[in-house]
Design a protein around this ligand. Structure first.
Ligand SMILES: CC(C)(COP(=O)(O)OP(=O)(O)OC[C@H]1O[C@@H](n2cnc3c(N)ncnc32)[C@H](O)[C@@H]1OP(=O)(O)O)[C@@H](O)C(=O)NCCC(=O)NCCS
Length: 151
């Protein structure tokens, strides 16, 4: 049975491995161990039989917008609904915080549509563009798709 819980320090090695494996394939942005540790309160993991199989992070961008980051499911565990369960958890946590919009910058458009997200224009997420994107090597020619779900 898959369970989602907040990450603790002992999860960081597996989370680091998962995220950076997909970062090497340019599907995700790379994360340092330090970045994962200092943001540990925003990281959720999916586990089965005490084995971490997936991760997702919630980043608050402003009072009306949060972003799901570093979503990754172990390649041997994909297609079992774990990604969708992790997104549901991030949606739930965003609602608990009272934030009305959750965004994702992604290549996984079909997956996020199944999770209830819709494509938006990047101009609809100014906090993201002006805080993070301007520091990204892909800016301004970013080919990721901006998607959002509102509550
Ligand atoms: C994207 C990712 C998180 C999906 O995780 P997953 O656990 O395999 O997905 P799920 O099993 O929860 O799939 C949920 C639904 O989306 C669909 N889906 C998943 N990946 C899909 C894809 N690449 N294309 C089309 N549909 C997809 C599934 O078929 C399923 O549909 P259903 O609800 O009708 O059965 C996973 O493939 C992954 O880690 N990819 C590499 C990293 C990455 O790209 N992360 C996203 C960065 S924003």
């Amino acid at each position: 049975m898959i369970q989602v819980r907040k990450a603790v320090l002992k999860d960081i090695d597996k989370v680091y491995e998962l995220v950076n494996q997909y970062a090497d394939e340019e599907l995700l942005l790379p994360r340092t161990r330090e970045s994962l540790i200092i943001n540990i309160q925003s990281i959720f993991v999916a586990e089965e039989n005490e084995e971490v199989l997936g991760v997702a992070c919630l980043a608050v961008l402003g009072q009306d917008m949060a972003e799901i980051r570093s979503l990754a499911v172990d390649e041997n565990a994909q297609g079992r609904g774990i990604g969708k369960i992790l997104v549901s958890k991030i949606v739930e946590e965003t609602k608990i915080l009272g934030i009305s919009k959750l965004i994702s910058l992604t290549y996984q458009v079909a997956f996020f549509k199944k999770c209830g997200f819709e494509i938006i224009q990047k101009e609809e997420m100014p906090q993201k563009v002006w805080t993070d994107c301007i520091h990204c090597p892909k800016f301004p020619a970013c080919d990721e798709v901006a998607m959002a779900i509102t509550f």
